[in-house]
Design a protein around this ligand. Structure first.
Ligand SMILES: Cc1ncc(COP(=O)(O)O)c(C=O)c1O
Length: 419
């Protein structure tokens, strides 16, 4: 069955369409924290942040179904649902975030943020990190590991304390940002802003020098740019707070949201001050057929209902902390676990060839990920070197689920050729 599906997939989607795991998982159904294969085998989904309130949450399913059965049109009509949703989203942000541009994907939302920053500042130059991913359109993919620092998008080494050799990692990394901003000036490219994931999820969730994000935002503004937080992975309760930027004590000018907002209905958003949003509206005439629709609103509002009513941020903070503490205990007996870190229910375990040298061990991380899949737990590997075991269960993940995961993880450490 799997072999036949693989062949069909290659033919119909083209070889090279990405697939997880050495032996891919065929799933047909999801419920809560789990997904199931056709034989009823249960896998705990500890990777996908789209079904953030759990797969097929009854409240979300009902809200989406009802809306589809009532009305679904594009956004050029008056409809209260999307206004209620925009209001709720903005209210969960800091006071400077007032208005919202809806889109369907994180890529589009970042595209809007880039346009907004450039229209508002009259600049072009954008700073990102050297191991970022923010999306795949022509404009946004320029922020994926820029090859050189010669164009309109330039990168800084992602700020971190694990491998950084500098005496003062905070100022070392701020100096890199200062240099890149100055290089724009030197090359006659007016600066538009800095776009960062506030917890550097794709970079591998490193510990960021405390104060970096806030000082980077200050530096960005002092040199004429706007500070953009890409919350596509970090946002909506994932860290135990509403937004990743809150973990870093920074308030962005523009917040970009996506993945978990719609529980699978494509919903993404770029939020900012009314002034920034209206500058964007005037300058771009932006329209997006499937965005700001009643269906997006129904999905988005239902997801917010669940996070609020089930107190999921509290659950994320407590279960996440306990899981991280237990993984740190396991780290003491496992040389390959170079670092255990993260925020809330978003944990990264840095897999290394030996703890002192910190040499990344991508193959080791991939072995762990595949072994855990065989035990019924879906995790992934990510990061600048692909060696960070990425653990990101839904926000409804319980302490019982965490205990089951830890048992399987400990077994895996005993079974694999790991020091
Ligand atoms: C931080 C971040 N921003 C943006 C995106 C792009 O989102 P989408 O795939 O919905 O276009 C991703 C996707 O993985 C992401 O991780």
């Amino acid at each position: 069955m799997t072999a036949t599906l693989l062949q069909r997939r290659e033919r119909l989607l083209g070889a090279g369409a990405p697939l997880f795991y050495r032996e891919p998982v065929h799933i047909v159904r999801g419920e809560g924290v789990a997904v199931f294969d056709p034989d009823g085998r249960r896998y705990v989904d500890m990777y996908n942040n789209v079904p953030c309130v759990g797969h097929c949450h009854p409240h979300v399913v009902e809200a989406i179904s009802e809306q589809v059965a009532t009305l679904n049109v594009h956004s050029r009509y008056l409809h209260e649902g999307i206004l209620d949703y925009a209001e709720r989203l903005a209210d969960h942000h800091h006071d400077g975030i007032e208005s919202v541009v809806f889109t369907c994907t994180g890529t589009e939302a970042n595209e809007v943020a880039l346009m907004m920053a450039r229209l508002a500042t009259g600049g072009r130059g954008i700073v990102c990190t050297n191991a970022a991913y923010h999306g795949n359109s022509a404009a946004v993919r320029q922020l994926t590991r820029p090859k050189d620092n010669a164009g309109e998008v330039r990168s800084i080494p992602f700020p971190e304390t694990y491998r950084c050799q500098a005496q003062d990692p905070l100022n070392w990394h701020l100096d890199r940002l200062r240099e890149v901003i100055e290089s724009f000036k030197r090359d006659g490219i007016p600066f538009a802003g800095t776009l960062l994931c506030p917890i550097l999820a794709n970079e591998g969730l490193p510990d960021i020098p405390p104060g970096f994000m806030a000082q980077a935002a200050e530096l960005t503004r002092a040199t004429g740019g706007v500070f953009i937080a890409d919350e596509v992975q970090a946002g909506l309760g994932r860290t135990g707070l509403w937004w990743g930027y809150e973990t870093q004590g920074v308030q962005p000018d523009i917040a970009v949201m996506g993945k978990p907002l719609g529980a699978g209905v494509p919903v993404a958003a770029t939020a900012a001050s009314r002034e920034l949003v209206e500058t964007f509206r005037r300058g771009s005439g932006y329209f997006n057929t499937f965005a700001a629709s009643p269906l997006q609103a129904a999905a988005g509002n239902a997801v917010l209902d669940v996070i609020e009513n089930e107190h999921l941020r509290t659950n994320v903070a407590s279960v996440g902390q306990a899981l991280r503490d237990k993984l740190k205990e396991l780290q003491a007996g496992c040389e390959a676990m170079g670092d255990v870190r993260g925020h809330g229910l978003f944990i990264g375990v840095e897999w290394v060839q030996d703890r002192a040298a910190k040499k990344p061990d991508r193959a080791g991380a991939v072995r762990v990920v595949n072994a855990m899949k065989d035990k019924g737990f879906l995790i992934g590997n990510a990061g600048a070197f692909g060696n960070v075991v990425k653990i990101r269960p839904p926000l409804v993940f319980s302490s019982v689920d965490a205990a089951a995961f830890l048992t399987a993880f400990e077994e895996t450490l005993g079974e694999l050729p790991i020091k």
